[in-house]
Design a protein around this ligand. Structure first.
Ligand SMILES: [Cu+2]
Length: 490
């Protein structure tokens, strides 16, 4: 985060953008804990606090700084290619904003007049849509109808007054660009805090990418996805949500992708207090612990964190609780290849002979669009041939690469059991990388925890006061330390 922040400031300073204005960084704003430009009554951090709302925190994503021009809050967004490290060592090529995918979070207060300068540093035209905003149509960012697309190297300046409240977002209105990262959160706070007041307010953006092994660019046309992210990170690389026991917590979930995600919280019941249309009346709040966040929707959930522990928060679609899913993992890792897809021409339906449902073409087209592998491993949901279950045919020496050493514990006759393997080579001690994802927010987690975290998965850590304070201390120390170094690694 600190490197992103430095990068952002450099970009903005380089453009001469903030020469006369104080830069409000994410950390500055977060440390003050206040909405910029507002006075907060009450003791900071106190559970009984009233007055203006707390600033939302988007773990692993910075806030977008702004400057005041008279009574206008001026933001600057740069659409550009981004290198994003979704898990340690897996750096992928996405498109985003200001060095981040998803883009930095914008936070405003109802009634604010905002100006957003959008520069296009992409090699093609883009557009910037303000999702759900009640603003004049010429500010809507619909390419071709409300305005011309922003050409490469071009700029468009948006300006409007906001009279809404809730969890909104901005995104490119070009479909393929949406699938390669181009979205960011836009939180509109009320002037007076809602009751009951929340002590912590988090934003999580849900995204999905199809990135085959040894490729760094997602295939934005895929219908299936093997990297599922919260705020641009897959488990175990996410920064956990740190809360004090007894605090009231809001989590704002935003989804822009091809799938709907049932987001589940362990250990607590919550209520859904808002949608992409803003706050819902309290009479509609029913208890639950899983909320379906549909495509183009946002959902706010609130709960009192009264149950201490490290609680998982994750998408409950089983395939969204995995990383690097491809035709070579899990049950499919042990047999020879079989036809799986078609080349792009035939996959798009341009068949030279036969029909798409024919004996020759049907099985391949049935697996996807044909844009991808042309051979896949057969399923092993039937007994494998006898032999040492530790020995993988395709990978006799399992690479460890910084992961914790160790082999999965499997029974001697594992290969004779129909269905084996399911998770044996995908989860557990051998996949643990606690050290590689070490950060203050992970302090004190059970050793080996990271071997079971993947995909859209993070923790809500509900901590008693002393443990909470300790992590905050560590966080402060790390911020001080990384401020001294201008270019740390992600
Ligand atoms: Cu999901």
């Amino acid at each position: 985060m600190s490197s992103r922040r430095g990068f952002l400031q450099n970009v903005l300073a380089g453009a001469g953008f903030f020469t006369s204005a104080k830069i409000l960084s994410a950390q500055d704003m977060q440390m003050s804990g206040d909405m910029p430009g507002t006075n907060r009554k009450g003791k900071k951090g106190s559970i009984q606090d009233h007055g203006s709302p707390v600033l939302a925190e988007t773990p692993d994503v910075p806030n977008l700084p702004f400057r005041m021009d008279g009574n206008v809050k001026e933001f600057h967004l740069i659409a550009e290619p981004v290198k994003q490290e979704i898990v340690p060592g897996r750096i992928v090529d996405l498109w985003g904003y200001n060095g981040s995918a998803p883009g930095p979070t914008i936070q405003v207060t109802r009634g604010d007049r905002v100006r957003i300068i959008v520069d296009n540093h992409l090699p093609e035209a883009t557009s910037m849509h303000w999702h759900g905003f009640e603003i004049p149509v010429e500010m809507d960012g619909a390419p071709g109808s409300s305005q011309e697309p922003i050409p490469p190297g071009g700029r468009f300046v948006y300006e409007f007054t906001l009279s809404q409240e809730g969890t909104y977002f901005y995104h490119s209105h070009m479909a393929m660009q949406e699938m390669i990262g181009m979205i960011g959160a836009f939180v509109m706070h009320p002037k007076e805090t809602y009751k009951p007041r929340v002590d912590k307010d988090f934003v999580i953006i849900l995204q999905e990418y199809a990135i085959l092994p040894n490729i760094t660019v997602p295939n934005s046309m895929n219908m299936e996805f093997n990297w599922l992210t919260f705020n641009g990170k897959s488990g175990p690389a996410n920064t956990p949500l740190i809360v004090r026991q007894g605090e009231r917590v809001r989590i704002r979930l935003i989804n822009l992708g091809m799938d709907h995600h049932p987001i589940h919280l362990h250990g607590h019941q919550f209520v859904v207090t808002g949608t992409e249309g803003g706050r819902q009346p309290e009479s509609t709040w029913g208890p639950g612990n899983t909320v379906l966040v549909g495509v183009a929707q946002s959902r706010d959930v609130e709960f009192v964190a009264n149950n201490p522990g490290d609680w998982m928060l994750h998408c409950h679609l089983p395939h969204h609780m995995m990383n690097q899913m491809s035709s070579m993992v899990g049950p499919m890792s042990r047999r020879n290849g079989m036809p799986a897809g078609l080349d792009m021409e035939r996959g798009m339906g341009m068949l030279r002979q036969g029909s798409a449902t024919s004996q020759e073409n049907g099985p391949s087209l049935g697996r996807g669009l044909g844009v991808g592998s042309t051979a896949e491993q057969t399923m092993s949901n039937s007994p494998l041939k006898a032999g040492n279950p530790m020995q993988r045919q395709d990978m006799p020496d399992m690479p460890q690469q910084g992961m914790r050493m160790g082999k999965p514990e499997v029974s001697k006759d594992a290969n004779s059991v129909p269905g084996f393997p399911q998770d044996a080579f995908m989860e557990g001690p051998m996949m643990a990388m606690d050290k590689m994802v070490e950060k203050p927010e992970n302090f004190g987690l059970r050793p080996g925890w990271s071997g079971f975290m993947a995909g859209m998965m993070t923790f809500v850590r509900v901590l008693p006061q002393d443990k909470y304070d300790h992590i905050m201390e560590l966080r402060k120390k790390q911020e001080g330390w990384s401020k001294q170094r201008h270019h740390s690694v992600v």
